[in-house]
Design a protein. Structure first.
Lengths: 124, 392
């Protein structure tokens, strides 16, 4: 059984690239653009891992993550954002809300490493 | 290899067939000779039987003649005549049997001559007895050297019989030799064919073994080829996967760069202060929308223009206290910041706005390649003085 990853990002090309890459790595990927779609997708098929952008079109990513965490408290969350935080901010603010913080300048290999660490699968 | 083996096998079978035909011909010929030998044996026995029958008939006739002379009985006369008739008949048969054998035929003619003389004597005696002339009969019988005549005939018959028995022995030997020859011919043919068949079998077996080896070698070559193809396919698959991953990585890096660039532009463009990017020659290379709003000049009018077109430091403007060298050029040359300097911005229509001027050198690998100027709109201070801060 493939592990399910929910990707939330308002940029279509990021959703497309991540879906192709993680799909090729053996994951079952659902990619949505908005928090509403994310909540619906998570309700319909609970993911094993959530990857979310910080700045979404109609909401703040951290708010959406908080809502998802209410329904799926044990599921790991990767915050993948182009907003560059300094390490202190990451340690003090984000660590309590997300499992892992990655900048969008990270390579796909680094993203896959984090994904495999948080949602290991025998197919990878 | 295949053709050569088939040719050899065909040659073998032709030779085997030829041997079989030779054996068959020889056997048929020998069988014919054996049959002929058998005929000769039968013929010889027939000749002996017929000559014995002549002897027997003569003796019977002799007996019947003497009985008839004594009794005068017609039955004895008939018996004598019958015996003479048998003698004649047996002689004819014996002559016919020996007609192709000159020696035996000659002997038969001699026997016939003697037998005829004896038969003539019988006829004479019988005629005299029938006439009742007993004196003549007595005289003929007295004059007859019957025993001598019969012994002559018997001796001739014995000679003929001995000759025929000698021939019989000779023909038996010939028949035996023919049978032996047939036996040897058949067995030699059988052994030769057996050897040839064994040779053909060995050839076929050898060919099959060679084919099996060739097939095994071919199979091994195919297996190796398939293994190489599988390995190569695997390598190509891995290379393809690697290329796909690299391609995705490149696309990801490009979009990340584009995203970051757009984000940075958004930040810069959102700043209410004026931001200008300078080349090291102090020409403008980029401005944010705040510059356009304050100067009324579009970016195209400003790019590649000197900074002095729109900005002048207060010290330079006052002139009397201006340093020997442009402080902006000096700061860029020294690679140090120039912060919070009094300056004015002049718009397209010549209106001047007092600002606080700051310059931050742009470094690329420890080399100053330009600078970033920020202008904060503030009311000008009457006693403002330029202030240089080392970059640390």
């Amino acid at each position: 059984m493939k592990r399910h990853i929910l990707i939330v990002d308002d940029e279509a090309n990021i959703r497309d690239l991540l879906s192709r890459f993680l799909g090729g790595a053996g994951y079952w990927v659902t990619a949505v653009a908005s928090p509403a779609e994310a909540l619906e997708a998570a309700r319909r098929e609970p993911p094993d891992l959530i990857i979310s952008d910080l700045q979404l079109e109609d909401a703040d990513g951290l708010e959406m993550i908080a809502k998802l965490k209410e329904a799926l408290p044990d599921k790991p969350v990767i915050l993948l954002t182009g907003v560059l935080f300094d390490q202190k901010a990451v340690n003090e603010v984000l660590k309590a809300k997300v499992t892992c913080y990655l900048e969008k300048t990270s390579t796909l290999a680094q993203i896959l490493e984090a994904v495999q660490r948080l949602a290991p699968t025998s197919n990878v | 290899m295949q053709d050569r083996t088939i040719r050899r096998v065909v040659v073998f079978f032709f030779v085997i067939a030829a041997v079989l035909v030779g054996v068959a011909v020889q056997a048929v010929r020998n069988i014919g000779q054996s049959i002929a030998s058998g005929d000769w044996v039968n013929h010889t026995h027939s000749v002996i039987l017929e000559t014995e029958a002549v002897r027997s008939a003569l003796l019977v006739g002799e007996g019947a003649l003497h009985t008839y002379v004594l009794t005068g009985d017609a039955r004895d006369l008939g018996a004598c005549r019958e015996a003479l008739s048998n003698v004649s008949e047996n002689l004819d048969i014996a002559k016919a049997l020996t007609r192709y054998e000159p020696a035996q035929n000659g002997q038969m003619i001699q026997i016939e001559s003697l037998a005829n003389q004896r038969a003539d004597f019988f006829q004479g005696v019988m005629a005299a007895r029938q006439a009742g002339n007993m004196e003549t009969v007595r005289a003929m019988l007295s004059a007859d050297a019957g025993g001598t005549a019969i012994r002559d005939i018997q001796r001739k018959i014995d000679n003929l019989k001995n000759d025929e028995l000698a021939l019989l022995t000779e023909r038996d030997t010939a028949s035996y030799l023919h049978a032996q020859t047939t036996r040897w011919t058949v067995w030699t043919g059988v052994v030769l064919d057996g050897l040839l068949l064994a040779g053909a079998v060995w050839l076929i077996r050898d060919d099959l073994a060679a084919r099996r080896r060739a097939n095994a070698a071919l199979q091994q070559a195919n297996d190796q080829l398939e293994a190489k193809v599988r390995a190569r396919t695997g390598e190509l698959g891995s290379a393809n996967a690697r290329l796909s991953t690299e391609n995705l990585e490149r696309q990801w890096a490009n979009q990340a760069l584009e995203h970051q660039l757009r984000y940075n532009h958004l930040i810069v463009d959102s700043i209410n202060d004026l931001v200008l990017v300078l080349t090291k020659a102090r020409n403008i290379s980029r401005v944010n929308p705040a510059v356009v709003r304050l100067t009324g000049r579009e970016p195209a009018e400003l790019v590649n223009q000197p900074l002095s077109l729109i900005v002048r430091l207060a010290a330079a403007r006052q002139g009397a206290e201006a340093p020997l060298r442009d402080p902006i050029a000096q700061a860029l040359s020294d690679g140090r910041d120039l912060r919070d300097q009094a300056a004015v911005v002049e718009d397209k229509r010549g209106r001047q706005t007092p600002v606080r001027f700051s310059l931050f050198p742009l470094r690329d690998q420890d080399k100053v390649v330009g600078g970033v100027v920020t202008l904060q709109i503030t009311p000008p201070k009457a006693d403002a003085t330029p202030e240089n801060e080392p970059s640390g």
